[in-house]
Design a protein around this ligand. Structure first.
Ligand code: GLA
Length: 380
């Protein structure tokens, strides 16, 4: 997104340039799905689409933030944080609450917010809002920026203030990503490494345009099944079960829990294989991991849908495609594919038209370069 209109609007409203301009990106997960809350491995990357805030500090403890995308504006006092009816303002309040509960002394600020992360499609627009607000508070209050600590607080805001029981992946990648790289993250220790994507390849995001209600309850049900499986194996989290341990004992689990556990155990292994493939520049092996991940999410974890299966099958048939899978929580939303760069334009046109033909639905397709995590941008 070009921040110029946001800066112009700021100058118009405040008759001055902002003291800070911050941005925090959305994300797409390349592989490692439903592994974060099992304390396993993930490999997401930040996308170019992001949430931006132009701001200046205030002398009091008020925060005034106007959205250029929504009619709703935020007028909050840091001394009286109360949950409201919902909307993006709750992410702002949740961040303020989590930061203060962690002992950070916050000052007030005022400004404007605008973003271009598609909403509700599984590209983590909510994590982008949380991290943008976190970065704004850090800038206005002179706090150090520690990506992992901020991501943890953003996750806490989402879990306890907004009431969505997500893992740590989305907030971590929005906080800590690096341009040109995917983020290989250990969701237990929060240690991470930036892994370059191979030259001459691009990531393509395929939004099926399907959304299913009840995603939250299905997500919570999967989490509970994973926790039950971990208890059965006598470990803190499924991260601690490897394939050999799984195979020797899984027969004692009921059929559904067994398949849920098999997805998580095998997916953790696939993330490690995918990272090794990226390190040796082996796009074919990486693509094979994507394909196997989709099958596991569809058959064992059962979080795909017809539209995702269809778009993944269409994508794989196209020349230059190394592999494809559903991405994010599932039940609709987006798939992701790795592609030879020179095939990208033709690929997008072919997938869009075949998908429309087969389903009657319109896909949105984004060719995406890995972007930077949350940060300050020079507003001059
Ligand atoms: C959602 C959650 C993440 C993660 C994914 C599934 O995006 O926010 O924490 O659990 O689903 O991998």
């Amino acid at each position: 997104m070009d921040p110029a209109p946001l800066l112009d609007a700021f100058r118009q409203q405040f008759h001055d340039a902002p003291a800070f301009l911050v941005r925090a990106p959305g994300r797409v997960n390349l592989i490692g799905e439903h592994t974060d809350y099992n304390e396993g491995f993930v490999l997401p990357m930040a996308i170019e689409q992001a949430v931006w805030i132009a701001l200046r500090p205030r002398a009091d403890r008020e925060v005034r933030l106007r959205s250029l995308d929504y009619p709703q504006a935020a007028e909050i006092s840091l001394d009286r944080l109360e949950k409201g009816p919902g909307g993006w303002v709750e992410y702002l309040k949740g961040m303020a609450w989590a930061l203060e509960a962690d002992g950070r002394k916050l000052g007030g600020w005022e400004g404007l917010i605008r973003g271009d992360v598609p909403r509700g499609s599984g590209l983590s627009s909510s994590a982008a809002v949380e991290l943008a607000c976190g970065r704004a508070f850090a800038a206005a209050s002179g706090l150090d920026w520690d990506p992992a600590a901020m991501a943890r607080l953003a996750q806490k805001a989402e879990n306890q203030w907004v009431g969505v029981n997500c893992g740590i992946m989305d907030q971590m990648v929005s906080a800590a990503a690096r341009r040109g790289h995917a983020l290989f993250l250990d969701c237990r220790s929060l240690e991470y490494q930036h892994i370059p994507l191979p030259a001459g390849r691009v990531v393509v995001i395929l939004d099926t345009s399907t959304r299913r209600g009840l995603v939250d309850s299905a997500y919570n049900e999967r989490r509970a099944q994973c926790e039950a499986a971990a208890r059965f194996f006598g470990v803190p989290a499924l991260r601690d079960v490897d394939l050999t341990a799984y195979q020797s004992r899984a027969a004692g689990l009921d059929e559904v829990t067994r398949r849920r556990a098999r997805h998580v155990v095998s997916e953790n292994g696939r993330v490690l294989q995918a990272v090794a493939a990226l390190r040796r520049g082996d796009a074919d092996a990486f693509g094979a991991c994507l394909d196997a991940s989709h099958a596991s999410l569809r058959d064992d974890f059962e979080v795909s849908n017809q539209a995702l299966d269809t778009i993944v099958a269409i994508a794989r048939r196209q020349p230059g495609c190394y592999g494809a899978r559903m991405t994010g929580a599932g039940f609709g939303g987006c798939a992701v594919a790795l592609l030879r760069l020179e095939s990208a334009a033709e690929f997008s046109a072919a997938v869009a038209s075949q998908y429309r033909h087969q389903t009657g639905l319109t896909a949105s397709i984004y060719i995406s370069q890995p972007g930077d995590g949350a940060g300050l941008v020079n507003a001059a």
